[in-house]
Design a protein around this ligand. Structure first.
Ligand code: THU
Length: 135
């Protein structure tokens, strides 16, 4: 992936924080992903007064891409307003592993800290579709 693409994606993830609906946590997260076709899908976290129904920014972006029939995801950038780069929650790791297994994952905060990782590194030994056949 070219540096240009990475920087564009990071910019989109930062901008996606404005899409967050986070009146309860006031913790706006932005995510943006790049598909093989060159499209960018982004999302912010979306909360609910029934707190457990909140949806993380990562899954909003991933589901948006899939909803548009875009399944070949090359990279996913996530921006959190944290001191250190934050790590996606367990639910997002599970979803990433299945929906974007080969994506380059770029985790950032707002002060320039960056960590490059992958779905498999974030969720080693994760549950996958092949295991459903082993019964
Ligand atoms: N959140 C995300 O959107 N992504 C993460 O990686 C961590 C947490 C959201 C969920 C909730 O709306 C808020 O941040 C506080 O947990």
């Amino acid at each position: 992936m070219a540096d240009l693409d990475v920087n564009t994606l990071i910019g989109a993830a930062i901008a996606a924080r404005n899409l967050a609906y986070a009146p309860y946590s006031r913790f706006a997260v932005g995510a943006a992903l790049l598909t093989a076709s060159g499209r960018i899908f982004s999302g912010g976290n979306i909360e609910n007064a029934a707190y457990p129904l909140a949806m993380c920014a990562e899954r909003v972006a991933l589901f948006s891409a899939y909803a548009a029939s875009e399944r070949d995801i090359r990279a996913l950038a996530v921006v959190t307003p944290t001191h250190d780069v934050a790590s996606p929650c367990g639910a997002c790791r599970q979803v990433m592993l299945e929906l974007a297994p080969h994506a380059r994952v770029i985790l950032l905060n707002l002060t320039g800290a960056v960590r490059y990782t992958s779905p498999a590194e974030l969720l080693p030994h994760g549950f996958g579709p092949t295991q459903l056949q082993e019964q």
